[in-house]
Write a protein of this length. Sequence first.
Length: 96
Amino acid sequence: MLTGKQKRYLRSEAHNLQPIFQVGKGGVNENMTNQIADALETRELMKVQILQNCDWDRDEVAKALSEGTGAEIVQVIGKVIILYKESKEQKRIQLP
């Protein structure tokens, strides 16, 4: 579980990132969560964008991605979700 100070730090780090994955009409599936988990192992911090044609609520998408990948939800703002998962092999981000 991330503290408020850690979330603030991660939000500032994620500010300049572009969304890598997009959740569309199909919602969240196992293939997508596997790909996001692999990307999180490499990057640790990433943005996921929810498209307008997505049938799922943004909080449902965030919860499904968090549970499927084992990542922490840093922030859900508008149609963008910021996820963080500490890398086992390529740790780059030092949390305060």
